[in-house]
Design a protein around this ligand. Structure first.
Ligand SMILES: Nc1nc2c(ncn2[C@@H]2O[C@H](COP(=O)(O)OP(=O)(O)OP(=O)(O)O)[C@@H](O)[C@H]2O)c(=O)[nH]1
Ligand SMILES: [Mg+2]
Ligand SMILES: [Zn+2]
Ligand SMILES: [Zn+2]
Ligand SMILES: [Zn+2]
Length: 491
């Protein structure tokens, strides 16, 4: 809603935008008396009197008598800003043109966002007038302490009024006189308002219906006293405005562009942070999956099994033995008496038959050998195929995950660096803005962004990611704080 692009065209509203017009911007809290002051000004310029009131801006008790393009909404509810947009009230006196610009009241019950939107509207109008003679801060002068609403309004103004216009700041205290005013001008520090730019008035004629005082001599006299005083004050005020001259208002445009630039960069930070959380969560998931894969890999890594295999070895002997071709593991006659000299039938294994006592085979399959079979064992490595397959699969999976992790970590590093660089760029933009408006308050500008960022971290479950996010937000906040340590006003 507040994110206006820098190239946005400023709506050409009812300003005739004549050269040499003394443009006066009325700014202040809701109900401070801006519209009432304009009605008083209308009477001043158009010769109105208490018996013949000229009303430019209608209110509950007073319908409009003058032709102006006005728009006052909800005339009954005192907490709502009655003036919804910026409206020009043009007057001429002695050949000099004045335009008083009524603006929506700030610190409205409609909230901070509404205020920010209204400030932007006011800045747009200020820019489009081309020149400004005075920025008139209208404050209810009876308010004893500087209320938080008024502080907010002042802070918003400090962040919005370019330094070139600081000598053109005018403060009008309403509902009071110079002796009864309670307003602490120190609330404007480091801004200082010269005595010539301070005005006190009690514009009470329009706050009660005309029939409650017009025929009551005592009340009439009281109101008339205030009225005459206000008219003299306005006379001085108009002369002073003419003295203040014309100051080019293009600084407002530059500020507006820079502000909207900062705003969109801050929004980009919010989005990038969300992207960062997404990636970091993905990384955590991947690291978890990698852990599981590595457990699989190690549990399937014993796919090689060693088995002991028996086999026959020929152990050489110094004597001759009778062995059987069919029973190679047995010795049918150990160290045969006949040596290998006499026929096999002489061997005791056969005597007196032709079948072997030992193995039962015939003579023909027996032979002499100078060795004996000995059982030996050797270990053979065996591959367990099924396990091996599982191992290969897990290993493959682990490698895939590891690749994903390294590419994601790379993306994350880039994104973090990018975020840091962009945060520094925002700080640069703010410094540029402070060149134009030394009281520009980055912390205020940043408040809503920080709030959104903090809410976002509430949804982050990963402790590490959360800690990183919180540290990031802290860094931005301390950058903002360091920017707000600034020297006094440049007057
Ligand atoms: N007694 C007295 N009442 C005033 C004075 N100025 C304004 N009022 C009353 O205060 C109320 C608010 O005044 P507005 O002129 O509507 O205030 P505003 O600054 O235009 O308010 P928004 O349009 O909401 O920003 C009205 O009832 C006025 O009659 C003043 O100097 N003295
Ligand atoms: Mg108003
Ligand atoms: Zn023998
Ligand atoms: Zn035998
Ligand atoms: Zn045999």
């Amino acid at each position: 809603m507040l994110d206006r692009s820098a190239t946005k065209k400023i709506p050409q509203i009812e300003n005739p935008n004549k050269k040499n017009v003394y443009n006066v911007l009325l700014v202040g809290e809701t109900g401070s008396g801006k519209s009432t002051l304009i009605n008083y000004l209308t009477n001043y310029f158009r010769g109105g009197t208490l018996n013949n009131l000229k009303i430019a801006i209608p209110s509950k008790h007073y319908p409009a008598t003058e032709e102006f393009d006005h728009q006052e909404k909800d005339l009954q509810d005192p907490t709502k800003s009655k003036t919804g947009k910026c409206t020009f009230y043009n007057f001429s006196l002695n050949g000099i043109d004045y335009a008083f610009i009524d603006t929506p009241g700030l610190s409205d019950t409609s909230g901070r966002d509404k205020d920010a939107e209204n400030i932007l509207k006011i800045m747009e109008v200020a820019e489009m007038t081309g020149t400004i003679a005075a920025i008139m801060l209208v404050v209810n002068g009876t308010v004893a302490r500087t209320t938080s609403n008024l502080k907010d309004t002042i802070n918003m103004m400090k962040s919005s009024v370019p330094d070139v216009l600081l000598s053109n700041l005018v403060v009008v205290l309403t509902n009071c006189s110079a002796t009864s005013a309670n307003f602490q001008f120190s609330a404007l520090n480091p801004w200082t308002i010269s005595d010539k730019n301070r005005f006190y008035m009690n514009n009470s004629a329009l706050s009660t219906p005309v029939d409650t005082w017009i025929d009551d001599t005592e009340k009439f006299e009281e109101i008339e006293y205030g009225w005459k005083k206000s008219m003299r004050t306005i006379d001085q005020m108009v002369k002073q405005i003419t003295q203040l001259g014309h100051v080019a208002s293009d600084a407002f445009g530059e500020m507006r562009k820079k502000k909207s630039d900062i705003k969109s960069k801050l929004n980009a930070q919010i989005n990038d942070m969300r992207k960062l959380y997404g990636l970091q969560n993905k990384l955590t998931d991947l690291q978890h999956a990698e852990n599981i894969a590595s457990i699989s890999v190690s549990s399937y890594s014993n796919y090689k099994a060693n088995t002991a295999v028996e086999f026959l070895e020929h152990e050489p002997t110094s004597y001759s033995n009778v062995l059987c071709k069919n029973h190679l593991h047995v010795v049918c006659c150990h160290d045969c008496d006949r040596g290998s000299f006499w026929p096999m039938s002489f061997c005791q294994a056969f005597a007196p038959k032709t079948t072997c006592k030992s193995c039962g085979c015939g003579i023909s399959v027996h032979f002499d050998a100078r060795y004996k079979p000995v059982k030996a064992t050797k270990t053979v490595e065996m591959i367990l195929q099924e396990t091996k397959q599982r191992y290969d699969e897990s290993k493959q999976q682990q490698t895939t995950i590891q690749n994903q992790i390294s590419s994601l970590s790379g993306d994350l590093d880039l994104l973090k660096k990018d975020l840091d660089a962009k945060a520094l760029k925002i700080v640069d933009n703010c410094k540029e803005l402070q060149q134009i408006c030394s009281q520009f308050n980055f912390s205020d500008e940043l408040a809503s962004t920080i709030a959104v960022m903090k809410t976002d971290t509430g949804f982050v479950t990963n402790m590490e990611v959360k800690a990183d996010a919180v540290a990031r937000i802290d860094r931005i906040q301390s950058l903002a704080a360091s920017l707000n340590v600034k020297p006094g006003g440049s007057r």
